[in-house]
Write a protein that binds this ligand. Structure first.
Ligand code: GLU
Length: 297
């Protein structure tokens, strides 16, 4: 039997905090308990926000916590060709369309629809669903605008997809005791999601799905804040004929006021805690993990 594969996949756009430590330690803990592998993946598709010093800090912080991972580490910025191939496959199936809208265009489109008094639906992150403006553009016009070099994103065409795949999508969730449950994915609540961004030749959803499959990830362990994204991932896996891993979405580590930790706040950054003399052992204990046994010499 092949070994289960777990991964921790941070984005190097800030310093890791206690919430990341929890996610990384939980992945490692599962991998140990299941006799599996633990991978680290650097999710740096956002070339304007990701910085080499943050990537170096990820390695430093995780090593300090006592974690080890397989090499070489997959860095998404080195694999745009893989995401492009997946995009071409979606395009070939006729389930994407180009979108030339700016944020302002979208806000105006939504305001126009809300002018009637009805609130426009939001996606799970609270952003208004795309009103579908560019879906109406003719093929000739699309070719002209793309030919003229106009910047554009690509969106999934929810209407075409629903016709193509009317059956509900499901995936398996597992808990810390290894119990499994089947859940229904509801990708439609994301509307016509962006699958290739204007500013980078892929998107979070597309790259994660492609990488999880290419790396043979069998178990995805990540925070509750990404639970709704799984719906989109399951849809993409079905469209691209990729396997769907099992999922576990853990509780988030909150700050003393009950808010989600953020990379821009320094107080819970691992580097800050380390500078204050907090030990990896204390962090593991604070996060509810057993201390690692001291290696015998
Ligand atoms: N790169 C994402 C983040 O840092 C995590 C993606 C995932 O685990 O699927 O929030």
């Amino acid at each position: 039997m092949t070994k289960p594969v777990f991964r921790f996949a941070p984005s190097p756009n800030g310093r890791l905090h206690l919430g990341h430590a929890y996610s990384a330690l939980l992945n490692d803990d599962f991998a140990r308990r299941y006799g599996g592998r633990f991978l680290l993946r650097i999710e740096d598709i956002d070339i304007t926000r990701c910085r080499p010093e943050f990537e170096r800090a990820i390695y430093e912080d995780l090593a300090w916590l006592g974690l080890g991972w397989e090499r070489p580490v997959r860095r998404q910025s080195e694999h745009f060709a893989d995401y492009h191939a997946a995009f071409l496959s979606l395009k070939g199936r006729g389930v994407v369309y180009p979108c030339f809208c700016s944020r302002k265009d979208i806000a105006e489109g939504v305001a126009c629809r809300e002018a009637g008094g009805e609130p426009w639906p939001r996606d799970p992150d609270g952003a208004p669903l795309y009103p579908g403006t560019c879906r109406e553009i003719s093929m000739g016009e699309i070719q002209r605008r793309i030919g003229a070099g106009e910047a554009h994103a690509w969106r999934l065409d929810g209407m075409a997809l629903r016709a193509l795949m009317p059956v509900p999508h499901t995936y398996r969730r597992f808990d810390r005791e290894g119990r499994e449950q089947i859940l229904e994915a509801r990708p439609w609540r994301w509307g016509d999601a962006v699958i290739v961004r204007k500013d980078t030749p892929t998107s979070y959803h597309l790259s994660v799905v492609v990488d999880d499959a290419l790396q043979g990830v069998t178990h995805v362990v990540r925070g509750r804040d990404l639970e709704a994204a799984t719906d989109m991932h399951v849809l993409l896996q079905t469209l691209l004929a990729l396997p769907t891993p099992l999922y576990h979405h853990h509780e988030l580590v909150l700050d003393p006021t009950g808010d989600k930790l953020a990379k821009r706040r320094r107080s819970e950054a691992l580097a800050e805690l380390r500078a204050d003399g907090v030990t990896p052992h204390a962090i593991r204990q604070r996060l509810g993990f057993d201390p690692q046994p001291t290696p015998s010499t």
